[in-house]
Design a binder for this molecule. Structure first.
Ligand code: COA
Length: 168
């Protein structure tokens, strides 16, 4: 069964958020091609819907998908595999909103860590993650097959939810 993580309460002016369905794969792939140097194919996204631990959330402007995030929930860890925002919709807080929601859903479900890999040259994403409490935990040389670029592994420790005094 999929984790019960939900994007339903994310609020960014002018955009709506929901879990993706298989029929979204084509539009997600268009965003991916706009955003990533070595984009996943549509088949890769379609396959994610059959991966038990995988979750995809999308952000829409009207009925057009402008951003998405793919993450796996495995035991008490959450790993972000892909996040992309179409360049028409950047710097509006969409990626921040996705990750903040993932952090609060992770806390609510007693997960301990959020992790991801980022290209060493991707300053925009590294600035984003640094502002959201991620720290460098490792450096993998020649990690990316398309250009031999290094990866930085980042992690964010999830705080345990605080118990109210009435629960003690
Ligand atoms: C990285 C990416 C996901 C950011 O998405 P976004 O929705 O535009 O990010 P946000 O609006 O939430 O930005 C939050 C903060 O991150 C930092 N940031 C985001 N993009 C930045 C850029 N191009 N340059 C410098 N800082 C940037 C800023 O501090 C920004 O806050 P500010 O706008 O108030 O200055 C988006 O640029 C993207 O899709 N890039 C291509 C794909 C990619 O790199 N994915 C991540 C792979 S790990």
């Amino acid at each position: 069964m999929k984790a019960s993580f939900s994007p339903a309460s994310i609020k960014v002016d002018g955009f709506t958020f929901r879990k993706a369905v298989r029929e979204d794969a084509k539009q997600i792939t268009l965003v991916e091609k706009n955003a990533q140097p070595a984009p996943w194919s549509e088949a890769v996204f379609v396959n994610e819907f059959d991966v038990k631990v995988s979750n995809i959330w999308v952000c829409l402007s009207g009925d057009k998908i402008v951003a998405f995030i793919v993450f796996w929930v495995v035991a008490d860890e959450v790993h972000i595999l892909n996040v992309a925002v179409h360049d028409d919709a950047r710097r509006k807080g969409i990626a921040t909103a996705f990750i903040r929601q993932l952090q609060s859903e992770s806390e609510r479900s007693f997960k301990t860590v959020l992790s991801l890999e980022v290209r060493a040259s991707n300053d925009a994403a590294q600035t984003l993650y640094a502002g959201l409490g991620f720290n460098k935990i490792a450096h993998r040389e020649a990690y990316y097959a398309d250009n031999g670029e290094d990866a930085i592994i980042l992690a964010c420790i999830i705080e345990e939810p605080t118990l109210g005094s009435d629960t003690l």
